[in-house]
Structure formats: structure tokens, C-alpha cells
Design a protein around this ligand. Structure first.
Ligand SMILES: NC(=O)c1ccc[n+]([C@@H]2O[C@H](COP(=O)([O-])OP(=O)(O)OC[C@H]3O[C@@H](n4cnc5c(N)ncnc54)[C@H](O)[C@@H]3O)[C@@H](O)[C@H]2O)c1
Length: 226
């Protein structure tokens, strides 16, 4: 399959791209190499991916609609996995505008590029931060996510709502996937279990939907090298 992955220089995107390449897929990466954390680490990740000739990359920002749509149209992907985002809870208190630009405007651009290119599926990363002020623990995909407490969470929740609307107007489907705090690998250390992705999806399902898909156990995912 031809899979377009945004955020391939990032923590999850890099590991996903490696897995997809190892499975024999063609992968086009897209990343703006933002300086939210060490750019040299991101460059090293892309250099590792480039060792596989099935990988190509565009270095540009999601907000650059012309660059994004041209990269998508040129690659003609079957599937887009949208992981690039301004992530992080604390930084959203310092620089909230970065979240609006990358996550709201940028994600809209991804959806439009996917619609025009008529991709078969668009999978987008959400976050457990969307559960915000929910009091029932542990959080579950079955819970509502109407009370985000940070701009980061609010933009991700907005993405889920945009995805719902987009799935009704576009001929293809989208699935926001919720990732809880990710696995303790790579140079960035995250406590907690590995991210979980839907095994397959058949249409739009908000991360907080009662019909959210059953996800593979984290232990079923291949273990990346430390
Ligand atoms: N890692 C986690 O614990 C976690 C938890 C919940 C949700 N998520 C979500 O998963 C996704 C991936 O997270 P991650 O940990 O790999 O993040 P990351 O910060 O390591 O990677 C994000 C990548 O996106 C790129 N990027 C950021 N803004 C961009 C823009 N405007 N245009 C182009 N590229 C841009 C960055 O350069 C970076 O390489 C994000 O959507 C995040 O919100 C992650």
C-alpha cells in the first residue's frame, strides 16, 4: 500500500513509518521539523528512514497548504495517517497559538488534501487529554470528551469534531485514534503503556464513541529497539 504519514520525524510517526516499511509498504513522510524539541533527533530519524528506498519525505509545515496538497497529490496515497501536531500539555499554556495553527488549520489542510486525492482512509491521532475534567476513572473511549482543560486538548477535540463532519461530506472515512501516553523508547522518555491503534476501521468513530473499535493489545505490537 501507499501510505502518507505526517509527523514522520516525530516519536510515533518515525516508529510507525519503520514498521510500515518493514512490512513492505511505500511510505511518504511529511514533517515540518519544528523546534519544540531537539531537531537533530528528528533529522536522525528521517536519515534512518531514508535508508529504505521505499521512503520519501517532504519537509514542510501543515499550514503550508500548497506544499501539503502537492505532496499528497504527487504521492497518490491509499491511506493517510495524520500524526504531525503541536503536542504537549504544558507548552499549550505558553504558546497556545501554535496549537491552533498546527492542529486546527494544519489538520483541516490534511483533510482537504485527503478529500481531493480521494484517499481510501484517513487516520488521525487524538489524545487522552480530550477527557479533561471527566471524573470517571479510568478514562474510556466510551466516555464523552466535552470538557477539555487545555488548548492542546481543545484542538484535538476540535479535530475529532472536524473529522466527524468531514466523514459526512467526503467520500472516504476518517478515524481519530486516541493514544494515551506513549512507550518509553527513543530519546524522549514517556512513562506508561505503548500507544494503541485500531486494528482496522470501517468508518468514522470518535475516540470517545460508544462504538469505538476494539484495539489490539499493546503486547501484540512489535517491540522497537531501545
Ligand atoms: N506521544 C504521546 O504520548 C502522545 C499521546 C497522545 C497523543 N499523541 C498524539 O500523537 C501524535 C504524535 O505524537 P508524537 O509524540 O510522535 O509527537 P512528536 O512531537 O514527537 O512528533 C510530531 C511531529 O510533527 C511535526 N510537526 C509539528 N507541528 C507541525 C506542523 N505544523 N507542520 C508539520 N509538522 C509538524 C514535528 O516536527 C514532529 O516531528 C500527535 O498528534 C500527538 O498529539 C501523542
Amino acid at each position: 500500500m501507499r501510505i502518507f504519514v505526517t509527523g514522520t520525524a516525530g516519536f510515533i510517526g518515525f516508529h510507525l513509518a519503520r514498521l510500515l516499511l518493514a512490512e513492505g509498504h511505500q511510505v511518504a513522510g511529511f514533517d515540518g521539523m519544528t523546534d519544540y524539541y531537539d531537531v537533530r533527533l528528528k533529522e536522525r530519524r528521517h536519515a534512518m528512514l531514508r535508508e529504505n528506498s521505499a521512503f520519501s519525505a517532504t519537509l514542510a509545515m501543515l499550514e503550508d497548504d500548497a506544499a501539503l496538497s502537492s505532496a499528497v497529490a504527487g504521492f497518490a496515497p491509499d491511506v493517510i495517517v495524520h500524526l504531525a501536531a503541536q503536542a504537549g500539555v504544558r507548552y499549550s499554556l505558553e504558546n497556545p497559538r501554535a496549537y491552533i495553527d498546527a492542529n486546527v488549520v494544519g489538520t483541516f489542510n490534511v483533510m482537504e488534501a485527503a478529500r481531493v486525492a480521494q484517499v481510501r482512509h484517513l487516520l488521525m491521532a487524538s489524545t487522552s487529554s480530550v477527557y479533561g475534567a471527566n471524573e470517571v476513572m479510568p478514562f474510556s473511549e466510551r466516555h464523552k470528551a466535552d470538557t477539555p482543560l487545555t488548548i492542546y486538548a481543545a484542538t484535538k477535540k476540535a479535530n475529532e469534531a472536524m473529522g466527524h463532519a468531514w466523514a459526512h461530506i467526503a467520500p472516504n472515512a476518517s478515524t481519530p485514534a486516541t493514544s494515551s501516553t506513549a512507550c518509553p523508547i527513543s530519546a524522549r522518555s514517556h512513562p506508561g503503556p505503548p500507544p494503541r491503534w485500531p486494528k482496522r476501521s470501517t468508518g468514522f468513530m470518535p475516540a470517545s464513541s460508544p462504538q469505538a473499535p476494539t484495539r489490539p493489545r499493546a503486547s501484540a505490537l512489535p517491540k522497537p529497539p531501545r
